[in-house]
Structures are given as C-alpha cells and as structure tokens.
Design a protein. Structure first.
Length: 254
C-alpha cells in the first residue's frame, strides 16, 4: 500500500484538497502535453492553469538513493524553484512536491507548478539568420544566471523560454531545473561546460559563445575553441569521454 508526502507552498494552501487527490487522478484527467520519459499535464484549479510533471519510475538503486541519500527529482525541482525566486531568476512558481512511497522506499514523484507563458529558444538552432536579435539578450540572461551561481542541469534551448516585454525588450524563464547546481563564482570552464547542451548546430553554438564571451569580457576565439573541444567530447561515445578529458588536462599550453 502506498503512502504520500506532500510539500505544499503556503501561498497555495487553498489547493491542498485538490493536490491530495492528484496522484489518483493524474493519469485520467487534465491535458497531456508531454509523454516521453516523464509525463506533463495541464490542469485547471481555482481559476488558474497548473502544470504537473510526473517523473518516470526510478530504478531500484534510485529508489534507495531518493529515500536515504538525496532529494528526489520532484523535491529538487520544488526546492530549486524556490531558490531561483530568491535569486530573481524567473521559473514557474513551485506549488507542491508530491512523493509516493511503497514498502518504505520512494516510488514516484510529482512536481506541481504554476503555468508560465513563453516561447522556447529552439528557433535559434533552426533559423539563426532570421533571429539574430535573440542572441544578445539570451546570452545576457545566461551570463546573469552564471553570475548568480546557478548552473542549469540541462541548459538546452528548449528549456529557456522568452517573451517580449511591453518596453520592447525580452524576459526569459528556465524550466526543467531539477538536475541543476548552485556554485559560488563558477569558473570560465564551468560556465562554458554548462552551455555545451545548448545546441549541436555548430554555427548557432559559435554565435552564442562569441556573444557570451563578449558579455563576460573574455577572449572570444579562446572561448569558441574551448567550446568546440567540449562539444566534441559531449557528442562522442561515452567510452571515449575520459580520453577527451585526459587530453584537455595534459594538452600543451594548458
């Protein structure tokens, strides 16, 4: 028999009764908008649109990990969302984290958040020449996150949303933050490595890294060269990656 732990944002305490029914109702209510490793559904409650992410069933060793060693993905998404709010980095406001336990072990997690409007930045990898206007504000946002010590765990263009502001500029938000890290004063290498997932389209990556280096006051050519090495390593088979890392460590001029 399953038991549940509910962590509910005090701002949304009025949703508690609905949240407590959610694990039983998730699979047959709401609007399914994503169904791959995880499932994401949209719901309407108390006159607002709510996003619920149901994480895939973890492996047995992960169940032990999330029970005794570290927070589950759902709980990290919730806690990191609160932390980003403190840092003034926009992300869907956390509403709740729901954890299901069975046989004394973690079994399933749900992350509940407010809906946030915006368009993801994948247009940069599809039609760079048509949207160069987005490059500078995007990398300024990434530089701001890095400057505040936030390293997104899956910093790809689909996990960054943008929308135009009334003043004619842009505002940005990040989603899917559960694998992220908070690091005081991240190094240049840490910042560039954090960006390696942005895109596999080389011209787009070069444009982003050049502009990012400009924002940070770093040498553009050095940063582009370093990123190409990091991207080669990231795209190589897993068994080759330690060899790439050794080469970078021992290469002449390091």
């Amino acid at each position: 028999m399953s038991s549940y732990k509910f962590i509910i944002n005090s701002k949304y305490s009025r949703l508690e009764s609905w949240l407590r029914r959610l694990p039983e109702e998730f699979d047959h209510t709401g609007e399914l908008i994503y169904d791959k490793r995880n499932k994401v559904r949209l719901f309407s409650a108390e006159g607002r649109t709510i996003v619920v992410k149901k994480y895939k069933l973890p492996y047995f060793h992960q169940r032990i990990d999330y029970t005794f060693i570290r927070p589950s993905k759902a709980r990290r998404a919730y806690l990191f969302g609160l932390k980003l709010s403190e840092l003034n980095i926009d992300t869907p406001e956390p509403i709740a984290c729901i954890e299901e336990y069975s046989g004394g072990l973690f079994r399933m997690g749900y992350f509940v958040s407010a809906f946030i409007d915006g368009t993801d930045c994948r247009i940069l990898r599809e039609r760079l020449s048509d949207c160069e206007w987005l490059v500078r504000p995007l990398v300024e946002f990434i530089a701001e996150m890095h400057g505040k010590g936030f390293l997104h765990g899956d910093l790809n263009l689909t996990n960054i949303l943008y929308k135009k502001t009334e003043e004619g500029g842009f505002s940005f938000s990040v989603i899917d933050i559960n694998r992220s890290r908070f690091v005081s004063n991240p190094t240049r290498n840490q910042c560039l490595f954090n960006m390696v997932r942005l895109t596999h389209v080389r011209p787009t990556m070069v444009a982003l890294v050049r502009e990012y280096a400009s924002v940070r006051g770093w040498n553009q050519e050095e940063c582009v060269a370093e990123m190409m090495i990091l991207l080669d390593e990231f795209e190589s088979p897993k068994w080759q990656r330690p060899l790439h890392a050794l080469y970078r460590f021992f290469k002449p001029g390091r």
